[in-house]
Ligand binder design. Structure first.
Ligand code: ADP
Length: 161
């Protein structure tokens, strides 16, 4: 069995994330998406909301599991019996940070490797941050996120009005 984990903040999950999850699910027997409970960031969606969103939008993928985690991605990978951490690469701007993190993880856990999937071209520009900015201006985000997430973003920003 080849297991992989895909850790991230997913605040909220975009079509870009979903594309990486779908492609990972084709490559590995089991994929666990790890939603990071990160005290350094103040997310728009709570940890429970982010997990619920990912469960909803991946419900058709039988070999994908969604869990929250705290601490190091390598520890999370070990807890899932995974030797691979998946990350998505959009542009060179992602590269330096991702390389640094992958190398740090390699020192911390030489038995675990990071694998990068390059984003599909149609999602290369997409980030949770820009999606939230557009939704916050009450503009259409239907091209960026699954319709379930679109509805939740509308609700969130209605609350915040
Ligand atoms: P983090 O805070 O860990 O960077 P994110 O939720 O922003 O968490 O992203 C999780 C992973 O998904 C990262 O590897 C990121 O590069 C990747 N990712 C984000 N947006 C996209 C996208 N549009 N296409 C492909 N990968 C993406």
């Amino acid at each position: 069995m080849t297991n992989a984990v895909y850790p991230g903040t997913f605040d909220p999950c975009t079509n870009g994330h979903l594309d990486i999850i779908r492609r990972s699910a084709e490559l590995f027997d089991q994929v666990t998406v790890g939603v990071l409970r990160n005290s350094a960031k103040t997310p728009l969606f709570s940890i429970n909301e982010r997990v619920k969103i990912l469960k909803e939008v991946t419900s058709n993928l039988t070999n994908v599991t969604i869990l929250s985690f705290e601490g190091l991605s390598v520890d999370f990978a070990r807890s899932r019996g995974a030797k691979v951490i998946i990350r998505g690469l959009r542009a060179v701007t992602d590269f330096e940070y991702e390389l640094q993190m992958a190398q740090t993880n390699r020192v911390l856990a030489p038995d675990i490797d990071t694998m990068f999937l390059t984003t599909s071209l149609e999602y290369a520009y997409l980030s949770s941050t820009t999606v939230k900015e557009v939704a916050g201006l009450h503009e259409d985000v239907s091209k960026f996120v699954p319709s379930y997430v679109e509805g939740l973003l509308k609700e969130k920003f209605r609350e915040k009005k």
